[in-house]
Design a protein around this ligand. Structure first.
Ligand code: CA
Length: 217
């Protein structure tokens, strides 16, 4: 069961979503305008937000700015590519274009919940623990002093464990396409991670390519 906030100003659509997700065993809170949604977000913890863009009061983008660390599925009446790119670029987990099939929305809700459920809060390898929720790394239960980029690099290696990642790919995933620095940046950060985490044997260099985190499957 998940706590879901539905933000949709059209009462019939809001109610349709609530009824269907209720049948799946989820508990839904309904907001019919953006300001109401922001109030709920301050009062309560949700596992997922379903968020319309065109709303009275604050619009969907403004509501989204108040969502911290909760997955969001945008509902958008606009099918234009720029809107889809805009919501995904801002870090939304998914979007669905109206009019939509309830079955499709329900399937996407389950997929997002599966990806983000609390069982995925930790990753452990040898003496190292990655805490996704707090964005921290622990070695022998002690927090490691690492920079945000070092954290993101390790999280990226963990999410793609046992897969060889090129330096260019790591640059794109961690630093972004518009980063001006070279691939040497990746090598420097890998060296620091190995030293800080004591994972020399696990973070392996892939000849002429990049790096791979080796972890038991
Ligand atoms: Ca609307």
């Amino acid at each position: 069961m998940a706590e879901i906030l539905i933000v949709e100003d059209e009462p019939s659509i809001n109610e349709l979503i609530r009824r269907n997700l209720g049948l799946k065993g989820h508990h839904c809170t309904q907001a019919f305008d953006g300001n109401e949604a922001i109030t709920f977000l301050c009062q309560k913890n949700f596992d997922l937000v379903i968020l319309d863009i065109m709303l009275p009061g604050a619009d969907g983008y403004e509501v989204f700015d108040q969502v911290h660390g909760i997955p969001v599925i945008f509902l958008t009446a606009k099918s234009g590519l720029s809107d889809k790119l805009r919501v995904l670029g801002r870090g939304a987990d998914d979007y669905i274009t109206k009019p939509f099939q309830m079955l499709e929305l329900a399937a996407r809700v389950e997929a997002v919940l599966r990806r983000t459920k609390k069982s995925e809060t930790y990753f452990e390898l040898d003496h190292v623990r990655l805490d996704y929720g707090r964005r921290m790394i622990f070695v022998d239960e002690k927090p490691v002093d690492c920079t945000p980029k070092e954290y993101e690099l390790f999280e990226t290696l963990v999410k793609n464990r046992n897969i060889a990642l090129s330096r260019e790919k790591l640059l794109d995933l961690v630093w972004g396409y518009d980063f001006g620095g070279g691939t040497r940046t990746v090598d420097v950060h890998i060296q620091r991670l190995r030293a800080k985490l004591g994972l020399d044997e696990r973070i392996v260099t892939v000849y002429k390519l990049g790096y791979r985190l080796e972890a038991p499957v």
